[in-house]
Design a protein around this ligand. Structure first.
Ligand code: UDX
Length: 438
């Protein structure tokens, strides 16, 4: 099997590398010349654990290559994946499909023989039909089936999620296209991974429904956390107590500063727009978007209140990426939190294992540090925003000696309140009672 993967971002590059690991011949295509040059030199454009080795191994085996020449890659391919960005359109929150449509047209002009064109990017319901129309218009006698095959990859565990997915969703009614997709996913087929064959629009909606449900689940536990803080309950135990119910499940019940990333914020908004466009408003999702947006700056209030105001004070921030094991800063809660703290007069010192290069382009007047301890030097308080492993077992004695005051606001509930109290800290977290040095 031969595949052309259009787009070498978080989805395209990981999917392309994983398909080549399955034994498929993959050509990854991007318009960005320097990105392709870097990839050919073995330099990854993104941080994703295990990706560099996976790419190197399959390039070495001759199954994976990179090019800017889309027509060449497409004409030799059995399947062409569209894995380009679908960012939120400025202002109205609709998914911006311009990159998808440009790719569809270029693919139409290059296909040679029967080809399956697969939308891997997250696209609103009905996009597959629009892609089909674009291809038919650009190349009326193109022999193409357009298939939806959404990804469910989490940044930081994307390779694992591709290799051992809970399910594969394939949207097409064409037998011929289904057979091509079965061949591509054969290794998963053999490990009895559930493959859901359905219509194209159902497949497109499954992706949005999955992401918005997960965003809703997170927002639910975040609101419960706020209630816990007032009634003196412990949100970690609430999450455990409800999560053990098989109908609820334990995952995605970690209370925190609100969800970020390139998917949940964009996909929740896009689904709200889809519902509004067809006069079926998704009021739960609308509320989730509203609550999550407000939550991020409310976390800054939590820090300000704990410090009795931050004007003229220095706050140490540990972790700025939207989650650990990624360099991705998109819609990270830290962007709102740091801006609010600076607005209240705080000086910010910050450290992140992977995100600082990206963060420097998005945050002004931050003192970037080399590690967690340098960050805490002379600070009036420390706040953990991203739960990197490096922050899970800090030397609390050393931290206390470095901080001006032993105050920690842990927005990811990494630490145990009692341990922090006995270590001499004032410790504030999410959905649990504040503790003072004991
Ligand atoms: C998500 C979906 O999980 C994935 O299936 C989809 O393909 C892409 O979008 P991703 O955005 O990479 O993946 O990260 P994820 O691990 O889902 O976290 C998303 C956000 O939710 C992060 O900001 C994270 O901190 C937050 N989160 C996640 C919580 O606050 N609590 C949780 O329990 C889980």
């Amino acid at each position: 099997m031969r595949v052309a993967m259009i787009g070498t971002g978080y989805v395209g590059l990981v999917s392309g590398a994983c398909f080549s690991e399955f034994g498929v011949d993959v050509v990854c295509v991007d318009k960005d010349v320097s990105k392709i040059a870097n990839l050919e030199a073995g330099k990854m454009p993104i941080y994703e654990p295990g990706l560099e080795d996976l790419v190197a191994k399959n390039v070495e085996a001759g199954r994976l290559s990179f090019t800017t020449n889309l027509p060449d890659a497409v004409k030799n391919a059995d399947a062409v994946f569209i894995a380009v960005g679908t960012p939120s359109r400025r202002g109205d929150g609709h998914a911006d499909l311009s990159y998808v449509f440009v790719a569809a047209k270029e693919i139409a002009e290059a296909v040679d023989g029967y080809t399956v064109v697969v939308t891997k990017s997250t696209v609103p319901v009905g996009t597959g039909r629009e892609v089909e129309e674009i291809i038919a218009k650009a190349q009326p006698d193109a022999e193409v089936d357009v298939v939806s095959n959404p990804e469910f990859l989490r940044e930081g565990s994307a390779i694992e999620d591709f290799m051992r997915p809970d399910r594969v969703v394939i949207g097409t009614k064409s037998e011929r296209a289904q057979n091509v997709m079965r061949s591509l996913y054969r290794p998963l087929y053999l490990t009895e991974t559930p493959i859901v064959f359905t219509s194209r629009q159902t497949s497109e909606l499954i992706k949005y429904a999955a992401n918005t449900f997960l965003a809703t689940k997170i927002t639910f536990i975040n609101e419960i956390a706020d209630l816990c803080e007032v009634v003196g309950a412990d949100v970690q135990d609430v999450a455990r107590g409800i999560g053990l119910d098989g109908r609820i499940g334990r995952k995605f019940l970690h209370a925190g500063p609100g969800y970020g990333g390139s998917c949940f914020p964009k996909d929740t908004l896009a689904l709200v727009k889809t519902g509004a466009d067809v006069e079926r408003p998704l009021r739960i999702v609308e509320t989730v978007v509203d609550i999550n947006t407000k939550r991020k700056s409310r976390m800054a209030d939590k820090i300000i209140e704990t410090c009795g105001g931050v004007d003229g004070k220095t706050i140490a921030i540990l972790g700025v990426t939207f989650k650990p094991n990624t360099d991705d800063m998109r819609d990270s809660p830290s962007l709102d939190i740091v801006a609010s703290l600076q607005g209240a007069g705080a000086t910010i010192r910050a450290y992140d294992p992977e995100g600082m290069e990206e963060a420097e382009t998005m945050m002004a007047n931050v003192i970037w540090c080399a590690d967690a301890y340098e960050t805490m030097g002379g600070a009036d308080a420390v706040s953990i925003i991203t739960e990197w492993n490096q922050f899970r077992a800090l030397d609390l004695e050393r931290a206390r000696s470095l901080l001006k005051a032993p105050v920690m606001i842990d927005l990811r509930n990494i630490y145990d309140p009692e341990e922090m109290a006995s270590a001499g800290f004032t410790y504030v977290s999410v959905g649990r009672a504040r503790v003072d040095a004991s």
